[in-house]
Each structure stands twice: as structure tokens, then as C-alpha cells.
Design a binder for this molecule. Structure first.
Ligand SMILES: Nc1ncnc2c1ncn2[C@@H]1O[C@H](COP(=O)(O)OP(=O)(O)OP(=O)(O)O)[C@@H](O)[C@H]1O
Ligand SMILES: [Mg+2]
Length: 456
């Protein structure tokens, strides 16, 4: 019924308040018969108690250090170490400090003793003869308290286990995510490297295309120049041959002593006509060579400097003043002061001169007209809009004007290189863009979009 040792509590035996969890209770008395009587009384209550008996204060201390009890029912008067002393030692040890102690006594029922017991931390005091109903109700309270505490502890343990499992899972998830992130970063890096590689390859391919296009266009120009030069040079050959023959015949006439005034006059007229023809053809050939030189101009030799756009445009118009007046052309410049460019003013000058020359020759055709040059700064770019109010260009022909040797004045001084040069200078030297817009009868508008600072 009452043992000196105690069984360990079964794992998970906590079934909640009033459940089957045995409640260990320590009975301390130096008299075995008292222990037996108290144990018998408690067993009768059928509260599921596990009774452990100690016959001395020392044994009580030893047992309570080794096991956890719900309650100690302790005799006050004991030899060696009495109940009060035992209680004092139990309170002194952190492990047993909270252990509820109920003193049981027959001989020390006086009030001062009771107070001393309470001061030592006894939660209650039972006077013999013990009233079973009182004992039962008191022990029941401690049973419930114990079961409730164990239940809470089990709950906390369960929650802690759940939480640590969750933390483990979370930790694994975090690790997995980190690994995925790492992989992603690596993939990203690889991708960037591949993009860099591809970009490099593409750039090289583009450079090759540009190179080959340059060569193709140079080939086209050379073919065109050869073709164009063929006419004046052919004329020169023809006239020179005829002149040679005519000169031979004239020399013969002189040698034969048949030179008359009329023969001389005829010869002089022929020579004049021939030399005029020669001059025209040679002049035409030389013009073509000049244009060709302009196309092939070495861009790096062009002078770069910082210049005011309005001032430069005005200078160009002033330098062309005579031709403009002669052609009865009015000019309007609408460029705000202070727009500055770090670029190649010589190239810009050549572009505008070519546009003006085209307006005079093709647009106005000797009838006079108006040229407007607008300008504005758009962030890092400068936009110049050139407009004339001449005859315009048919929309279907607009894309052709930038082609080399496209001219509508073949044989009348046009070589078709003007706009080609304009295009080359705008894209090449000035590193900008050019757009042409026109309607037949509504003039021509050319928009130049140029970087304010030309890339090196
Ligand atoms: N302002 C304009 N108005 C009408 N037509 C134009 C104008 N500018 C260019 N064109 C047309 O575009 C063609 C090509 O012009 P481009 O300046 O290249 O050659 P070109 O003036 O004929 O010859 P070059 O300039 O070599 O003496 C011209 O022949 C003309 O038909
Ligand atoms: Mg021209």
C-alpha cells in the first residue's frame, strides 16, 4: 500500500484533470502505524494516489530530491529531525522549494505551532484525529493542481516539439531557398556572361557588315564616278581627236601656202569651239572629281570645336549671301541663342550649303523662294529643321535622294552626290540622323537630329 520507492511516471500518462495519471504523495512519519493508518485512509478515497512513505525527515529529503511529489503529508514531531526542520530544508532547496507541505499532528495543535508551520511554507495544517472528509477535500485539491500542472507541462512540451519541428522545417526551407537563390544567381551570372559574349559577337558581326557595306558603297561610288567621268572624258577624247585632225589639215594648208584670210578665220572659229567644248568637258570632269573628293573626305581630319549653332548657321547664310540674293531667296533663322555644340562645324556648314544649293537649283528653279532654318535643344540633342517652299519631291522618290548619283538634272550639272554627301556627313562625322519629308508642290523639309556633343 505504501512503498519506500516510487515507480517512474509512464510517458504520456497525462490524461488531463481527473484522468488516470497517478499522483505521487509523500507521507512522512517516524511511526509505521501512523503511516499505515494515513495510507489506508487515503487509499479509501480512491483518488489514484501513488503513496510513498518516509520514516524520517532525512528519508523524506532524499526521496523528494529524487522524485517529484504532488504533496507531502508530514508529521511534525519526529526524532532526529522534526517536521519543521525538514520543511526548512525542503524550502532551502530550489528543487523542492515549491513542494506543498501539509503538517499532520496530534500533539502540537496550539496556535503558535501552527503559525510557525505556516511561516515555513506549509500550505496547511491537519490536527489529529483527522476528519476524513477534510483530508479528502484537501488532498483532492492538490491532486487536481498536480494533474493540471502536468497537463500544462505536457501541453507545453507538445507545443515546443511542434514548434521545433516547424523551426526545423523552416530551417530546411530557408536552406533550400538559399540554395535556389544561389543557383539563380549563378545562372544569372552565366546568362550575363553569355549575353556579353553574344553582344560582342554581334558587335563584331555588325562591324563587319558596316565594313563590307562601306566597301560596297565605295565600290558603287567608284563605278558611278567611272561611269560619270566617261561622258566628259569621252567628249574630250572626241574633240581632241577632231581638233588634232583639224589642226593637221590646217598645218598642211599653211605648208601648201594656201592660207587665206577666210581659211584662217574658219580655223580660228573651229579651234575656239573645240577649246570651249574641251573646257566644258574638262570642267565637268573636274567637278565630278571634287564631289568625289568630298564623299571620300577623311572624317578624322575635320576640325572639332565648341560652337554656337545660331551663329554658325548665320555665318553660312552670310557666306552664301550673293548666291541667295541672286536667286531671290529670303532666309529666316529661328534658332535661340546659346545652343552650343561640341562637334564639327565644317561638316554642318557643308550639309547646310548643299541643302541651300538644292533648294536654289531644284526647289526654286530660278523663281526665288523662302528658306527657314529652325533649331532647338532636346536634352543631349540638337534638332535642326531646314525647310524650303519650292516644288518639293514626289513621295515615291524621297528615298532615292540619298543614293549616290541619283539626280533629276543629269547632263545639266547635277551629279547626284549632294544629298549622298549630306547623309554621310550627318551620320558619319556629326553622328546624327537625317529625315526628309516633302510633298510635291509643298517644298522640302529636312530634319537633322544631332548629338550636342559628338561621340569621340
Ligand atoms: N530642295 C529640293 N527641292 C526639290 N528637289 C530636290 C531638293 N533637294 C534635292 N532634290 C532632288 O534630289 C536629287 C538629288 O539631289 P542631290 O543633291 O543628291 O543631287 P543633285 O543636286 O542633283 O546633284 P549635285 O548635288 O551632286 O550637284 C536632285 O536631283 C533633286 O531631284
Ligand atoms: Mg545637290
Amino acid at each position: 500500500m505504501c512503498s519506500g520507492t516510487i515507480r517512474p511516471l509512464p510517458d504520456g500518462a497525462v490524461a488531463g484533470i481527473g484522468g488516470p495519471l497517478p499522483v505521487p504523495v509523500l507521507l512522512v512519519d517516524d511511526r509505521r502505524e501512523n503511516l499505515a493508518a494515513l495510507a489506508a485512509l487515503l487509499a479509501d478515497f480512491d483518488l489514484g494516489l501513488e503513496l510513498v512513505c518516509a520514516e524520517s525527515g532525512n528519508e523524506a529529503l532524499r526521496l523528494s530530491l529524487r522524485h517529484e511529489f504532488a504533496l507531502v503529508l508530514m508529521d511534525v514531531q519526529m526524532p532526529d529531525m522534526n517536521g519543521m526542520e525538514t520543511a526548512t530544508l525542503l524550502r532551502a532547496n530550489p528543487k523542492t522549494r515549491q513542494l506543498p507541505i501539509v503538517f499532520v499532528t496530534a500533539g502540537m495543535a496550539e496556535q503558535p505551532h501552527q503559525f510557525a508551520g505556516y511561516e515555513l511554507g506549509a500550505v496547511d495544517y491537519l490536527i489529529k484525529p483527522i476528519e476524513p472528509v477534510v483530508l479528502r477535500s484537501k488532498v483532492t485539491v492538490f491532486c487536481e493542481l498536480y494533474r493540471h500542472r502536468r497537463y500544462q507541462e505536457a501541453l507545453v512540451a507538445e507545443r515546443t516539439a511542434e514548434l521545433s519541428a516547424l523551426a526545423r522545417e523552416l530551417g530546411e526551407e530557408v536552406r533550400a531557398r538559399r540554395a535556389a537563390e544561389q543557383t539563380l544567381l549563378q545562372l544569372n551570372e552565366e546568362l550575363e556572361q553569355r549575353i556579353d559574349l553574344r553582344t560582342g559577337e554581334l558587335r563584331r558581326a555588325m562591324e563587319q557588315i558596316v565594313e563590307s557595306e562601306k566597301l560596297a558603297s565605295l565600290g558603287g561610288i567608284v563605278a558611278g564616278v567611272a561611269h560619270e567621268l566617261n561622258t566628259p572624258l569621252g567628249n574630250i577624247m572626241l574633240v581632241a581627236t577632231a581638233l588634232d585632225e583639224r589642226f593637221g589639215a590646217f598645218a598642211q594648208t599653211v605648208q601648201d601656202g594656201q592660207l587665206t584670210r577666210s581659211v584662217l578665220a574658219k580655223a580660228v572659229a573651229d579651234f575656239r569651239e573645240a577649246s570651249a567644248l574641251l573646257l566644258r568637258s574638262a570642267g565637268r570632269a573636274s567637278e565630278l572629281i571634287e564631289s568625289f573628293k568630298a564623299v571620300a573626305v577623311d572624317q578624322t581630319s575635320a576640325r572639332r570645336r565648341i560652337f554656337d549653332v545660331r551663329a554658325t548657321v548665320t555665318d553660312i547664310l552670310n557666306s552664301l549671301g550673293t548666291s541667295l540674293r541672286h536667286a531671290q531667296v529670303r532666309t529666316v533663322v529661328q534658332i535661340p541663342d546659346g545652343i552650343r555644340m561640341d562637334s564639327y562645324p565644317g561638316a554642318l556648314e557643308q550639309v547646310i550649303s548643299n541643302l541651300i544649293s538644292n533648294s536654289i537649283i531644284h526647289g526654286f528653279d530660278g523663281k526665288g523662294g523662302e528658306i527657314v532654318i529652325d533649331g532647338r535643344q532636346l536634352g543631349a540633342k540638337v534638332e535642326l529643321e531646314y525647310r524650303d517652299n519650292g516644288v518639293g519631291i514626289a513621295p515615291e522618290l524621297q528615298h532615292k535622294v540619298f543614293e549616290p548619283f541619283y539626280t533629276t538634272r543629269l547632263g545639266q550639272g547635277g551629279s547626284g552626290l549632294g544629298m549622298f554627301i549630306v547623309h554621310n556627313l550627318t551620320h558619319g562625322t556629326l553622328r546624327g540622323e537625317i529625315r526628309i519629308h516633302s510633298q510635291l508642290g509643298a517644298g522640302v523639309a529636312v530634319t537633322l537630329t544631332l548629338p550636342a556633343v559628338a561621340p569621340a
